[in-house]
Design a protein around this ligand. Sequence first.
Ligand code: NAP
Length: 253
Amino acid sequence: MKFAIITGASKGLGESIAKRLLQEQITVISVSRTENKQLSKLAMEKGIDYKHISCNLSLEKEIQEVFMEVAHCIFEKNPTEILLFNNAGVIEPIQKVGNLDQTPIIRNIKVNLIAPILITNLFLSNAHLTNTKVTVINVTSGAAVRSIEGWSVYCSSKAGLNMFTQTAAIEQAELKTDNTIIGFSPGVMDTNMQETIRSSSKDAFNELDKFKEYKEKNLLLETDAVASALVNLVLRGNPESGKVYHIKELLNP
Ligand SMILES: NC(=O)c1ccc[n+]([C@@H]2O[C@H](COP(=O)([O-])OP(=O)(O)OC[C@H]3O[C@@H](n4cnc5c(N)ncnc54)[C@H](OP(=O)(O)O)[C@@H]3O)[C@@H](O)[C@H]2O)c1
C-alpha cells in the first residue's frame, strides 16, 4: 500500500495533488495550518483513508512532534512506498534588501527550506531502518535559478532547496538505496501565492506589471493540470533522482 504526505494541501497546488492522489486510491496525509474540508469529503466518497494534521511549518518543535508521529503511524503499516510532497511555501517578504523585516525573512527560510530538510531527514532515516522505499518531491520554483528583484529571500530558499535535493540524491545513490528525491518547478499558477504577488508594491517588485498581465491575459496555469502532470511522473514516469523537473517538459514532452 502506498501512502502520500503532502505539506500545504489546504489550497493551491497541494490541494490539487491531494485530489489527484485520492483519485489514484492512495492514502493521503495532509499537513498545514488550516484544513480543507473538501478533501475529507472526496476521500469519504472514494472510500480512501485521509487524514489532516495541523502543523505550523515555521515552528521546528511542531514539525518534529508532528512528523515523528506521522512517520511512526505510516512506517509501522509496512507500506510499499511513501511519497513525500514538500509543497508548502511562502513568497513573502517581497521587498528589496535593506528594507526587509526580520520576522518574514526567518519564516520564509523555515517554511521553504528548513521544514523540507527536517522532514526529508526524518523520513529517509526511517526508510533506512525499515527498508521502505521513499520518494521525495520538493516543490521548488524558477526563482531558484533566476534572480528576481524583490524576491531575494524566496529565490534563496528555493535555490537552497534545489541544492539540498541534488545533494541528498547523490548520497542516496552512493548508499545504493531505492529512494528517489526530485525537485519540481510548477510554473506560474493561479493560486493565492499569485494574489499575494499582485498585491505587492511596484517599489518593492519591479516585475509587478508582468505578473498582473499573466492574470489579465489568462496565462496562469491551472493547479489541477500541473498536479496531474506531476502525479503521472511520480507514479508512472520513473523519475530520475536528483533531477529538478520543470512543468514545461512534462506538459510538452
Ligand atoms: N503559484 C505559483 O505561481 C508558484 C510558482 C512557482 C512555485 N510555486 C511553489 O508551489 C508551492 C505551492 O504554492 P501555491 O501557489 O499552491 O501556494 P498557496 O496557494 O499560497 O498555498 C500555500 C500552501 O502552503 C501552506 N503553508 C504556508 N505557510 C505554512 C506554514 N507556516 N505552515 C504550514 N503550511 C503552510 C498553506 O497552508 P495553510 O495556510 O493552511 O497553513 C497552503 O496550503 C510552493 O512551494 C510555491 O513556492 C508556486
